[in-house]
Design a protein around this ligand. Structure first.
Ligand code: OAD
Ligand code: ZN
Length: 245
């Protein structure tokens, strides 16, 4: 069934030039990648984040953390972008000023053709020194043991943001600027529970942006949304591109 969009939203979007979009794991769900918080199937329904996604976890058991991210990296590498990713790359071309802010580390937005992109939580394709000596590399193979930094000897780790860690400063700054100067802000496929990403929507709204949520389930942000569409982003986003004409 085609999604129906209120005509006033469509005409506002047709006239808009500044659009910011925040995405989360839900946009990759139709590519076969797991979300985090969905009951039963979410990654955090099976594992505890404190065992796998914190600096302390890596210190305690680097191998376990490596293997977890290696599995996710392989999954992301063999997954294909879905119609939602492609629709976002299409939308980027419509607006003079468009920023895609993603919490995803799977690289699928780039592969679908999105260019103006901020990765708030890093990317699975890179590794870096755990002591931040500056070493950063492409993650090519899964090594037998956790590799040591060629410069300082500390263990190398995935270049992703873990719980308790700060987000990349430039990326976050760019995201906040785009959100607070946008005319329309979309929150798509994210539970809106992880800060500071989740607060971008409210910052945007407070600054006068029209806030649109597209998510399978209602979220804590839904009440704040000017427009909320509940369903699959891989269906709603292509419908939106079509409806805009
Ligand atoms: P969550 O798993 O918390 O939320 C995913 C949301 O996507 C849920 O609200 C689902 O209803 C929705 N969803 C599922 N399938 C969908 C579909 N096909 N179309 C649209 N929506 C769908 O994932 P995030 O919000 O991305 O951080 O989680 C945020 C952060 O928490 C992640 O970046 C990760 C995680 O822990 C770190 O690892 C630092
Ligand atoms: Zn180093």
């Amino acid at each position: 069934m085609m999604t129906t969009f209120p005509p006033e939203l469509l005409s506002f979007l047709r006239a808009a030039s500044r659009v910011a979009v925040l995405t989360g794991a839900g946009v990759s769900q139709e590519s076969g990648l797991r979300t985090f918080r969905d009951a039963q199937v979410g990654i955090w329904a099976q594992y505890r984040p404190e065992d796998l996604a914190t600096p302390e976890a890596f210190e305690r058991n680097p191998r376990l953390v490596w293997d977890f991210y290696a599995t996710r990296r392989e999954g992301a590498g063999s997954a294909q972008p879905n119609p939602g990713h492609y629709a976002l790359a299409e939308l980027e071309k419509r607006f003079n000023n468009f920023l895609l802010i993603t919490q995803n580390i799977d690289g699928l937005h780039q592969r679908a053709g999105s260019r103006n992109l901020v990765e708030l939580h890093g990317n699975l394709r890179r590794i870096r020194c755990s002591r931040r000596c500056g070493t950063i590399d492409e993650w090519e193979e899964l090594p037998e043991v956790v590799p040591a930094c060629p410069k300082c000897g500390a263990p190398l780790r995935p270049d992703v943001v873990w719980f308790g860690e700060a987000l990349p400063e430039d990326g976050l700054h760019h995201a906040i600027t785009a959100a607070t100067t946008s005319q329309v802000f979309f929150s798509i496929g994210t539970s809106g529970l992880v800060q500071p990403a989740a607060s971008l929507a409210l910052m945007a709204k407070k600054a006068g942006s029209v806030f649109v949520e597209i998510n399978y389930d209602p979220t804590p942000l839904t009440d704040q949304a000017d427009y909320a569409f509940h369903g699959k982003s891989g269906e709603i986003l292509p419908d939106l591109v079509k409806a805009l004409g």
